[in-house]
Design a protein. Structure first.
Length: 343
Protein backbone atom coordinates (compact mmCIF):
# COMPACT_ATOMS: atom_id res chain seq x y z
CA UNK A 1 0.00 0.00 0.00
CA UNK A 2 1.42 3.41 -1.00
CA UNK A 3 1.87 5.89 1.82
CA UNK A 4 3.11 9.47 2.08
CA UNK A 5 4.30 11.43 5.10
CA UNK A 6 3.29 15.02 5.73
CA UNK A 7 5.78 16.70 8.09
CA UNK A 8 5.59 20.14 9.71
CA UNK A 9 6.27 22.03 12.96
CA UNK A 10 3.78 23.45 15.43
CA UNK A 11 3.91 27.25 15.26
CA UNK A 12 3.99 29.89 18.01
CA UNK A 13 1.23 30.09 20.63
CA UNK A 14 -0.36 26.78 19.69
CA UNK A 15 -3.97 25.99 20.60
CA UNK A 16 -4.30 23.90 23.74
CA UNK A 17 -5.77 20.92 21.86
CA UNK A 18 -3.76 18.81 19.43
CA UNK A 19 -6.59 18.54 16.91
CA UNK A 20 -6.89 22.34 16.74
CA UNK A 21 -3.13 22.78 16.50
CA UNK A 22 -3.03 20.34 13.60
CA UNK A 23 -5.87 22.12 11.82
CA UNK A 24 -4.11 25.48 12.21
CA UNK A 25 -0.58 24.44 11.21
CA UNK A 26 -0.93 21.62 8.70
CA UNK A 27 0.34 22.77 5.27
CA UNK A 28 -2.45 23.95 3.00
CA UNK A 29 -1.16 21.85 0.11
CA UNK A 30 -1.76 18.70 2.19
CA UNK A 31 -5.47 19.29 1.48
CA UNK A 32 -6.78 17.89 4.77
CA UNK A 33 -10.25 18.81 5.98
CA UNK A 34 -10.79 19.07 9.73
CA UNK A 35 -12.81 15.86 9.75
CA UNK A 36 -10.06 14.04 7.84
CA UNK A 37 -7.44 15.22 10.34
CA UNK A 38 -9.52 13.93 13.24
CA UNK A 39 -9.89 10.53 11.59
CA UNK A 40 -6.14 10.34 10.92
CA UNK A 41 -5.42 11.31 14.52
CA UNK A 42 -7.79 8.72 15.95
CA UNK A 43 -6.37 6.01 13.69
CA UNK A 44 -2.82 6.49 15.03
CA UNK A 45 -1.45 8.14 11.91
CA UNK A 46 -0.12 11.21 13.79
CA UNK A 47 3.19 11.30 15.63
CA UNK A 48 4.59 14.26 17.58
CA UNK A 49 8.36 14.32 18.20
CA UNK A 50 8.43 10.63 17.34
CA UNK A 51 5.62 9.52 19.66
CA UNK A 52 2.27 8.40 18.23
CA UNK A 53 -0.63 10.41 19.67
CA UNK A 54 -4.30 9.61 19.14
CA UNK A 55 -6.06 11.86 21.66
CA UNK A 56 -7.36 15.17 20.30
CA UNK A 57 -7.22 16.93 23.69
CA UNK A 58 -3.46 16.44 24.19
CA UNK A 59 -1.49 19.68 24.37
CA UNK A 60 1.60 20.09 22.16
CA UNK A 61 4.39 22.68 22.48
CA UNK A 62 5.59 25.21 19.96
CA UNK A 63 8.24 23.74 17.67
CA UNK A 64 7.06 20.14 18.05
CA UNK A 65 7.64 18.13 14.86
CA UNK A 66 4.50 16.48 13.54
CA UNK A 67 4.45 13.63 11.06
CA UNK A 68 1.17 12.41 9.55
CA UNK A 69 1.30 9.11 7.68
CA UNK A 70 -1.30 9.07 4.94
CA UNK A 71 -2.39 6.15 2.82
CA UNK A 72 -3.00 7.17 -0.76
CA UNK A 73 -6.67 7.31 -1.69
CA UNK A 74 -8.21 3.91 -2.17
CA UNK A 75 -10.73 2.97 -4.81
CA UNK A 76 -14.32 3.58 -3.73
CA UNK A 77 -16.59 0.62 -3.03
CA UNK A 78 -19.18 2.32 -5.24
CA UNK A 79 -19.11 1.10 -8.82
CA UNK A 80 -18.81 3.56 -11.67
CA UNK A 81 -21.53 3.42 -14.33
CA UNK A 82 -21.50 4.77 -17.87
CA UNK A 83 -24.39 7.20 -17.49
CA UNK A 84 -24.66 10.33 -19.63
CA UNK A 85 -24.06 13.59 -17.77
CA UNK A 86 -24.55 17.22 -18.72
CA UNK A 87 -21.28 18.79 -17.59
CA UNK A 88 -21.47 22.55 -17.08
CA UNK A 89 -17.92 23.04 -15.72
CA UNK A 90 -15.02 20.83 -14.71
CA UNK A 91 -11.41 21.21 -13.56
CA UNK A 92 -8.99 19.25 -11.36
CA UNK A 93 -10.86 20.10 -8.15
CA UNK A 94 -14.58 20.17 -8.86
CA UNK A 95 -17.30 19.48 -11.36
CA UNK A 96 -20.66 21.22 -11.91
CA UNK A 97 -23.44 19.16 -13.48
CA UNK A 98 -26.99 19.83 -14.58
CA UNK A 99 -28.81 16.88 -13.00
CA UNK A 100 -31.89 15.57 -14.79
CA UNK A 101 -35.11 14.91 -12.90
CA UNK A 102 -35.38 11.27 -11.88
CA UNK A 103 -31.72 10.82 -10.89
CA UNK A 104 -30.80 10.18 -7.26
CA UNK A 105 -27.62 11.95 -6.13
CA UNK A 106 -26.04 9.28 -3.89
CA UNK A 107 -26.51 5.51 -3.62
CA UNK A 108 -28.79 4.36 -0.81
CA UNK A 109 -30.42 1.02 0.11
CA UNK A 110 -33.38 1.72 -2.17
CA UNK A 111 -31.25 3.02 -5.04
CA UNK A 112 -27.87 1.24 -5.04
CA UNK A 113 -27.07 2.16 -8.65
CA UNK A 114 -27.94 4.58 -11.42
CA UNK A 115 -27.09 7.58 -9.24
CA UNK A 116 -25.13 10.74 -9.92
CA UNK A 117 -22.24 9.40 -7.85
CA UNK A 118 -22.09 6.20 -9.93
CA UNK A 119 -22.00 8.34 -13.07
CA UNK A 120 -19.32 10.67 -11.71
CA UNK A 121 -17.02 7.84 -10.62
CA UNK A 122 -17.12 6.50 -14.18
CA UNK A 123 -16.77 9.93 -15.78
CA UNK A 124 -13.94 11.23 -13.58
CA UNK A 125 -11.90 8.02 -13.48
CA UNK A 126 -8.34 8.66 -12.28
CA UNK A 127 -8.94 12.41 -11.96
CA UNK A 128 -10.53 11.83 -8.54
CA UNK A 129 -7.63 12.60 -6.19
CA UNK A 130 -9.49 11.41 -3.13
CA UNK A 131 -12.05 12.71 -0.67
CA UNK A 132 -11.74 11.46 2.90
CA UNK A 133 -9.18 8.83 1.85
CA UNK A 134 -11.34 7.33 -0.87
CA UNK A 135 -11.45 7.97 -4.61
CA UNK A 136 -15.01 9.18 -4.71
CA UNK A 137 -16.84 12.42 -5.48
CA UNK A 138 -17.37 14.74 -2.53
CA UNK A 139 -21.08 15.50 -2.20
CA UNK A 140 -21.50 18.83 -0.40
CA UNK A 141 -25.19 19.43 -1.21
CA UNK A 142 -28.06 17.57 -2.82
CA UNK A 143 -31.27 18.18 -4.67
CA UNK A 144 -34.23 15.83 -4.58
CA UNK A 145 -34.49 12.96 -7.05
CA UNK A 146 -37.31 14.59 -9.02
CA UNK A 147 -35.80 18.08 -8.92
CA UNK A 148 -33.63 19.03 -11.87
CA UNK A 149 -30.73 21.44 -12.00
CA UNK A 150 -27.26 22.45 -10.91
CA UNK A 151 -25.01 20.65 -8.43
CA UNK A 152 -21.33 21.20 -7.61
CA UNK A 153 -19.32 18.14 -6.55
CA UNK A 154 -15.76 18.05 -5.18
CA UNK A 155 -13.06 15.97 -6.86
CA UNK A 156 -10.38 16.67 -4.24
CA UNK A 157 -10.16 16.92 -0.47
CA UNK A 158 -9.23 20.60 -0.70
CA UNK A 159 -12.30 21.40 -2.77
CA UNK A 160 -14.54 19.29 -0.52
CA UNK A 161 -13.39 21.14 2.57
CA UNK A 162 -13.66 24.58 0.96
CA UNK A 163 -17.09 24.00 -0.55
CA UNK A 164 -18.44 22.49 2.67
CA UNK A 165 -17.35 25.63 4.55
CA UNK A 166 -19.20 27.86 2.07
CA UNK A 167 -22.39 25.84 2.33
CA UNK A 168 -22.14 25.88 6.13
CA UNK A 169 -21.74 29.67 6.04
CA UNK A 170 -24.76 29.97 3.67
CA UNK A 171 -22.60 32.01 1.26
CA UNK A 172 -23.41 29.90 -1.81
CA UNK A 173 -25.93 31.50 -4.18
CA UNK A 174 -28.72 29.08 -5.08
CA UNK A 175 -31.78 30.14 -7.02
CA UNK A 176 -34.59 27.90 -8.18
CA UNK A 177 -37.38 28.27 -10.71
CA UNK A 178 -40.68 26.67 -9.76
CA UNK A 179 -44.29 26.54 -10.91
CA UNK A 180 -46.75 26.79 -8.05
CA UNK A 181 -50.49 26.87 -7.52
CA UNK A 182 -51.75 30.42 -7.26
CA UNK A 183 -49.54 33.51 -7.12
CA UNK A 184 -47.88 34.49 -3.80
CA UNK A 185 -48.72 38.19 -3.86
CA UNK A 186 -48.54 40.73 -1.02
CA UNK A 187 -52.05 41.90 -1.94
CA UNK A 188 -53.47 38.53 -0.91
CA UNK A 189 -55.04 39.09 2.54
CA UNK A 190 -54.96 35.35 3.25
CA UNK A 191 -51.15 35.32 3.39
CA UNK A 192 -51.09 38.02 6.07
CA UNK A 193 -52.57 35.51 8.50
CA UNK A 194 -50.11 32.69 7.83
CA UNK A 195 -47.61 32.36 10.67
CA UNK A 196 -43.99 32.73 9.60
CA UNK A 197 -44.92 34.50 6.35
CA UNK A 198 -44.35 38.14 5.43
CA UNK A 199 -43.43 40.27 2.43
CA UNK A 200 -40.35 42.38 1.84
CA UNK A 201 -40.12 45.33 -0.56
CA UNK A 202 -40.49 44.38 -4.19
CA UNK A 203 -43.31 41.90 -3.46
CA UNK A 204 -40.79 39.35 -2.20
CA UNK A 205 -42.31 36.56 -0.15
CA UNK A 206 -40.31 35.56 2.93
CA UNK A 207 -41.04 32.36 4.83
CA UNK A 208 -39.21 31.87 8.13
CA UNK A 209 -39.91 28.78 10.26
CA UNK A 210 -38.26 25.73 11.73
CA UNK A 211 -38.32 22.45 9.79
CA UNK A 212 -38.23 18.95 11.24
CA UNK A 213 -39.52 15.47 10.46
CA UNK A 214 -43.27 15.13 10.28
CA UNK A 215 -44.76 13.70 13.48
CA UNK A 216 -46.38 10.70 11.78
CA UNK A 217 -44.72 10.42 8.35
CA UNK A 218 -40.96 10.14 8.77
CA UNK A 219 -40.34 10.57 5.04
CA UNK A 220 -41.76 14.10 5.12
CA UNK A 221 -40.64 17.38 6.59
CA UNK A 222 -43.02 19.73 8.37
CA UNK A 223 -43.15 23.32 9.61
CA UNK A 224 -42.68 23.94 13.33
CA UNK A 225 -42.13 27.01 15.46
CA UNK A 226 -40.79 25.38 18.61
CA UNK A 227 -38.30 22.80 17.35
CA UNK A 228 -36.25 21.72 14.35
CA UNK A 229 -33.78 23.59 12.15
CA UNK A 230 -34.09 27.25 11.26
CA UNK A 231 -35.12 27.73 7.62
CA UNK A 232 -35.63 30.85 5.50
CA UNK A 233 -36.96 30.89 1.94
CA UNK A 234 -37.63 33.88 -0.30
CA UNK A 235 -39.62 33.91 -3.53
CA UNK A 236 -40.86 36.34 -6.14
CA UNK A 237 -43.31 36.06 -9.00
CA UNK A 238 -41.63 35.85 -12.40
CA UNK A 239 -44.86 35.36 -14.34
CA UNK A 240 -48.47 34.98 -13.31
CA UNK A 241 -50.33 32.30 -15.26
CA UNK A 242 -53.99 32.81 -16.11
CA UNK A 243 -56.56 35.53 -15.50
CA UNK A 244 -57.14 35.63 -12.61
CA UNK A 245 -53.78 33.97 -11.74
CA UNK A 246 -54.31 30.24 -11.30
CA UNK A 247 -50.59 29.50 -11.01
CA UNK A 248 -47.24 31.25 -11.28
CA UNK A 249 -43.66 30.79 -12.38
CA UNK A 250 -41.65 31.91 -9.37
CA UNK A 251 -38.00 32.33 -8.47
CA UNK A 252 -36.97 31.04 -5.04
CA UNK A 253 -33.73 31.50 -3.17
CA UNK A 254 -32.48 30.02 0.06
CA UNK A 255 -30.95 31.62 3.10
CA UNK A 256 -30.64 28.13 4.53
CA UNK A 257 -30.67 24.76 2.79
CA UNK A 258 -32.85 22.17 4.50
CA UNK A 259 -34.39 18.96 3.20
CA UNK A 260 -37.43 19.72 0.98
CA UNK A 261 -37.27 23.34 2.17
CA UNK A 262 -38.83 25.09 -0.82
CA UNK A 263 -41.51 22.44 -1.21
CA UNK A 264 -42.51 22.55 2.47
CA UNK A 265 -42.44 26.32 2.78
CA UNK A 266 -44.54 26.94 -0.32
CA UNK A 267 -47.06 24.32 0.79
CA UNK A 268 -47.21 26.08 4.17
CA UNK A 269 -48.14 29.29 2.33
CA UNK A 270 -50.85 27.55 0.32
CA UNK A 271 -48.79 27.75 -2.88
CA UNK A 272 -47.51 24.20 -3.21
CA UNK A 273 -45.63 23.12 -6.32
CA UNK A 274 -47.48 21.67 -9.26
CA UNK A 275 -46.77 17.95 -9.55
CA UNK A 276 -45.43 17.58 -5.99
CA UNK A 277 -46.61 14.11 -4.89
CA UNK A 278 -45.74 14.67 -1.23
CA UNK A 279 -46.65 18.27 -0.42
CA UNK A 280 -48.78 19.31 -3.39
CA UNK A 281 -52.15 17.95 -2.45
CA UNK A 282 -55.02 17.68 -4.93
CA UNK A 283 -55.75 21.10 -6.34
CA UNK A 284 -58.20 22.08 -9.03
CA UNK A 285 -57.18 24.66 -11.58
CA UNK A 286 -59.57 26.85 -13.53
CA UNK A 287 -59.89 25.95 -17.19
CA UNK A 288 -61.37 29.42 -17.70
CA UNK A 289 -58.12 30.93 -16.40
CA UNK A 290 -55.50 28.76 -18.13
CA UNK A 291 -57.45 26.68 -20.66
CA UNK A 292 -58.31 22.99 -20.61
CA UNK A 293 -54.91 22.03 -22.07
CA UNK A 294 -53.22 23.87 -19.23
CA UNK A 295 -55.36 22.14 -16.61
CA UNK A 296 -54.60 18.72 -18.09
CA UNK A 297 -50.88 19.43 -18.39
CA UNK A 298 -50.68 20.47 -14.74
CA UNK A 299 -52.68 17.46 -13.52
CA UNK A 300 -50.47 15.08 -15.50
CA UNK A 301 -47.12 16.66 -14.62
CA UNK A 302 -45.14 13.80 -13.14
CA UNK A 303 -42.83 15.51 -10.67
CA UNK A 304 -42.54 18.63 -8.54
CA UNK A 305 -42.06 21.54 -10.93
CA UNK A 306 -38.77 22.66 -9.41
CA UNK A 307 -35.44 23.40 -11.10
CA UNK A 308 -32.13 24.50 -9.54
CA UNK A 309 -31.42 27.22 -12.09
CA UNK A 310 -28.54 29.27 -10.62
CA UNK A 311 -25.48 28.25 -8.61
CA UNK A 312 -22.74 30.64 -7.51
CA UNK A 313 -19.75 30.15 -5.23
CA UNK A 314 -16.07 30.96 -4.79
CA UNK A 315 -13.77 28.33 -6.26
CA UNK A 316 -12.34 26.70 -3.11
CA UNK A 317 -8.82 26.35 -4.58
CA UNK A 318 -8.34 29.24 -7.03
CA UNK A 319 -10.50 31.80 -5.21
CA UNK A 320 -12.28 32.80 -8.44
CA UNK A 321 -15.97 33.75 -8.25
CA UNK A 322 -18.05 31.31 -10.29
CA UNK A 323 -21.69 31.61 -11.37
CA UNK A 324 -23.60 29.07 -13.43
CA UNK A 325 -27.11 29.03 -14.90
CA UNK A 326 -29.15 26.17 -16.34
CA UNK A 327 -32.17 26.73 -18.57
CA UNK A 328 -35.52 25.23 -17.63
CA UNK A 329 -35.78 21.58 -18.70
CA UNK A 330 -38.06 20.58 -21.55
CA UNK A 331 -40.89 19.27 -19.38
CA UNK A 332 -41.24 22.54 -17.46
CA UNK A 333 -41.00 24.59 -20.66
CA UNK A 334 -43.82 22.54 -22.17
CA UNK A 335 -45.93 22.85 -19.03
CA UNK A 336 -45.55 26.64 -19.05
CA UNK A 337 -46.44 26.78 -22.74
CA UNK A 338 -49.69 24.93 -22.21
CA UNK A 339 -50.59 26.93 -19.14
CA UNK A 340 -50.08 30.09 -21.19
CA UNK A 341 -52.51 28.72 -23.77
CA UNK A 342 -49.75 28.34 -26.35
CA UNK A 343 -49.71 24.57 -26.74
Amino acid sequence: MIERIVSFEIGPNPPKRLDKALARDVPADASFSRSRLVKLLESGAVSVDGAVLDQPRVQVPEGAVVEITVREAEESHIEGEDISLQIVFEDDDLIVVNKPAGMVVHPAPGTPSGTLVNALIHHCGDSLSGVGGSKRPGIVHRIDKETSGLLVVAKSDAAHHGLADQFAAHSVERRYLAICYGAPDSNDPRLRGVKGVNFESGNILKVQTFLDRHKTDRQRQAVFFDRGRHAVTRARIVESLGTPPAAALIECWLETGRTHQIRVHLAHCGHSLIGDPVYGGKRKLSAKAIGQAGVEAASQFGRQALHAATLGFVHPVTGVDLLFEADLPKDMVELLSKMRGQG
